[in-house]
Design a protein around this ligand. Sequence first.
Ligand SMILES: [Zn+2]
Length: 157
Amino acid sequence: MGIRKILTVDEPALHKTCRPVENFDKKLHSLLDDMRQTLIDSEGVGLAAPQVGILRRVVLVDTGEEILELVNPTLLETDGEQTGAEGCLSVPGKYGLVKRPYYAKVRAQDRNGQWYEYEGEELIARCFCHELDHLDGIIYTEVMERYLTEEELMGED
Ligand SMILES: [Zn+2]
């Protein structure tokens, strides 16, 4: 265990609907620990369980202050919109232009089954939507307007 292999977009696991987590046990905890290491190692902002081949409703989101563990997450509320660059660890080397809500509030369980809510704007809201989509087998390339060109990406910084 430790760092897990991240599947790429051609793998069937990334296109399936994930099942809810029912047991908040050691197996879930080691999945979360491994996903955390994998996310840090890959320098991503978020990671969903299907990206490491586990078809369960589990995602991690790095808020910049902490890495949130979201088990069985749902979107409670969204507001506004933003259109910007989005990438995915499962679609290496590419970025697309994706429209997302500017604000999002989620409800999820922690690793012990305790429910909590978290809200965020901009990148955090974008990441919540992107990662929750993964749990329903949706990759950003299916909802994006188009891929960004290299020139546009250089201009992003
Ligand atoms: Zn992704």
